[in-house]
Design a protein around this ligand. Structure first.
Ligand code: ATP
Ligand code: MG
Length: 281
């Protein structure tokens, strides 16, 4: 005897994913379409209520999405540690990008959004921070400690962990680091993860297209942050000669792991979601 198993229809499954149904629910099977559709209706109702409750709590209590709260916590931690916040342009010149060696042969160059022939939306904060380091070095005593939190733009082929626009936290420290860059990089990674309230992470040594060697901060196989040290080949292009350490984190990825979302889109800039809750409910 052949037993036919009914699974969710494509549309039903998509709706359940949008409403953040637990993964185990997506694998349910049914004896017939009627049983399945009844189950869908009741599950949909339950999930809509949960999303609505979250949005009402946001209105009455939280007031700020976790992404913004997290940004606040990180700013507080970093400024307490003596890092100065900087605010630099979203629009980057071709020249600045080329000085990061991201020329047309580079794999990252396909991910760049060009505004016109010589200007693009920044895919990273590093070029602007390099430029500030060189200027501040003449003005401030060492160590120079700065950070920026801002949007970066990359053409991504979508997927559950990539957004076309995402919020990067990038911090850099330069000076008095000779021979202890790796140790300092690890300290900074721990500091940020503690401030973010995420404890189940590991640090992994990795290769990077831009920086060659990096230390990645990883939570359940997802890269949350990526750090690098200098002196580095790139430094010459920016007139930087001192040892430095720098590390960049994706804030939406932090929210994704904190809330255990299956898709980073819930955490990103959106008109379909607010603080992870679906709005077409
Ligand atoms: P991945 O390998 O996951 O694509 P990456 O190595 O290209 O990431 P980095 O250039 O090291 O990323 O950027 C630093 C951090 O910025 C990453 O650890 C990640 O948290 C975040 N990030 C990078 N690209 C994206 C993206 N498209 N959407 C969301 N966050 C991102
Ligand atoms: Mg990386």
């Amino acid at each position: 005897m052949v037993i036919l198993e009914f699974t969710w229809s494509k549309v039903q499954k998509q709706r359940l994913v949008e409403l953040n149904a637990d993964e185990s629910l997506l694998e349910y099977t049914f004896q017939d379409a009627k049983e399945r559709d009844r189950a869908f209706q009741s599950l949909d109702k339950e999930l809509v209520l949960a999303n609505k409750k979250h949005l009402i709590d946001l209105r009455n209590k939280g007031l700020r999405p976790l992404l913004c709260q997290l940004e606040g916590q990180l700013v507080q931690c970093l400024t307490q540690e003596g890092f100065v916040q900087v605010v630099t342009p979203h629009i980057l010149s071709r020249d600045m990008l080329e000085r990061m060696t991201i020329t047309s042969e580079h794999p990252l160059s396909n991910q760049v959004f060009w505004v016109d022939k010589n200007k693009c939306l920044r895919p990273m904060l590093a070029p602007n921070l390099y430029s500030l380091l060189r200027d501040l070095e003449r003005i401030w005593e060492k160590p120079i400690k700065i950070f920026e939190i801002g949007t970066c733009f990359r053409k991504e082929s979508q997927g559950a962990n990539h957004l076309n626009e995402f919020t990067m936290l990038n911090l850099v420290e330069m000076g008095n680091l000779e021979g202890r860059q790796k140790q300092r990089l690890e300290e900074l990674a721990h500091m940020v993860m503690e401030a973010a309230g995420v404890t189940d992470y590991v640090l992994e040594g990795c290769e990077s297209e831009v920086y060659k060697e990096t230390i990645d901060v990883v939570v359940k196989d997802l890269e949350i942050g990526s750090g690098a040290c200098g002196p580095h080949d790139l430094d010459n292009n920016w007139g930087i000669f001192d040892p430095w350490v720098g590390i960049g984190f994706g804030l939406e990825r932090l929210v994704t792991v904190k809330r255990d979302y299956k898709n980073i889109r819930r955490a990103g800039r959106s008109i379909s979601y607010l603080d992870g809750s679906r709005l077409n409910i």
